[in-house]
Design a protein around this ligand. Structure first.
Ligand SMILES: NC(=O)c1ccc[n+]([C@@H]2O[C@H](COP(=O)([O-])OP(=O)(O)OC[C@H]3O[C@@H](n4cnc5c(N)ncnc54)[C@H](OP(=O)(O)O)[C@@H]3O)[C@@H](O)[C@H]2O)c1
Length: 252
């Protein structure tokens, strides 16, 4: 019988990445928990191991091209030693930042950081890891419902998410030759630390955003994580180059 597949998740230390790493481990994936701090990555590994799963910690700053290169070079021998015979079947580019400001207050530094983490990061992670992914692997990039609808002060963030969708479609064609599927999951407002934890901690905002969805509330991290798990499953084997919104029907 084939060894269980490996799933790499960036930004696994908290929020949607954390939930996704746990959900993939629960479904039997061996998880590489990549986080900006080594301590955060180790913590996720302990959590997965305590639940009976298998995981490896990886320090990775997706905003730093050298860190991406180094992380790839470091993790491949670790994978080969710890999980011989296992293939990297799933890559989830989850790490992301949101710098929200109205036009007059947008800074070059915020623009550069947003695009470095949300667009260049996933591109370089895919470029580094692509030669080491199994044929038939699945890549999921995190977009946002804000690439479809408009909210105040989100122009730069929304543009970065539109860019990751375009990038995903193009790469779906290139990597499709190896049967690798690439799709984006576009969450709506979800209760995490994102935007200062506003969607989780600000009752008024939660209520207001909830009213904008067909299902009447903001999302929970596990609901995005479960969608990622579903998207990488064999039932979705004919889906590539797509954007799938997971938002409870926000601003339909
Ligand atoms: N929550 C929402 O409502 C929502 C909606 C639509 C889309 N999204 C997208 O979903 C993804 C996850 O968001 P979230 O809600 O989980 O946000 P979050 O709670 O703020 O977590 C962001 C994650 O990204 C990581 N990260 C940020 N910059 C990084 C870098 N340079 N290198 C490595 N990791 C980095 C963070 O690591 P540290 O702990 O080291 O900071 C953290 O793990 C993002 O791409 C976001 O744009 C979220």
């Amino acid at each position: 019988m084939a060894e269980p597949g490996i799933a790499i998740v960036t930004g696994a230390g908290r929020g949607l990445g954390h939930a996704t790493a746990l959900a993939l481990a629960e479904r039997g994936y061996r998880v590489v928990a990549a986080a900006r701090s080594a301590e955060a990555a180790e913590k996720v590994v302990r959590r997965i191991e305590d639940a009976g799963g298998e995981a490896l910690a990886l320090q990775l700053d997706v905003g730093d091209p050298r860190s991406i290169n180094d992380a790839c070079e470091r993790v491949l021998p670790l994978i080969a030693a710890q999980w011989p015979g296992s293939a990297i079947d799933v890559l989830v580019n989850n790490a992301g930042v949101g710098q929200f400001a109205p036009l007059a207050e947008v800074t070059v530094a915020d623009f550069d950081l947003t695009f470095a983490v949300n667009v260049r990061g996933p591109l370089l992670v895919i470029q580094s890891f692509a030669p080491h992914l199994s044929d038939g692997a699945r890549i999921v990039n995190l977009s946002s419902s804000l690439s479809r609808h408009v909210s105040p002060a989100t122009a730069v963030y929304a543009a970065s998410k539109a860019a990751i969708e375009a990038l995903s479609r193009s790469l779906a064609l290139e990597l499709g030759r190896r049967r690798i599927r690439i799709n984006t999951i576009a969450p709506g407002p979800t209760a995490t630390d994102f935007n200062g934890g506003a969607m989780r901690d600000n009752a008024e905002l939660r209520h207001g955003l909830g009213q904008q969805t067909a299902l009447g509330r903001v999302g929970e991290p596990s609901e995005i994580a479960d969608a990622v798990v579903a998207l990488v499953s064999p039932g979705m084997r004919w889906v590539t180059g797509e954007r799938i919104e997971v938002s409870g029907g926000v601003l339909l």
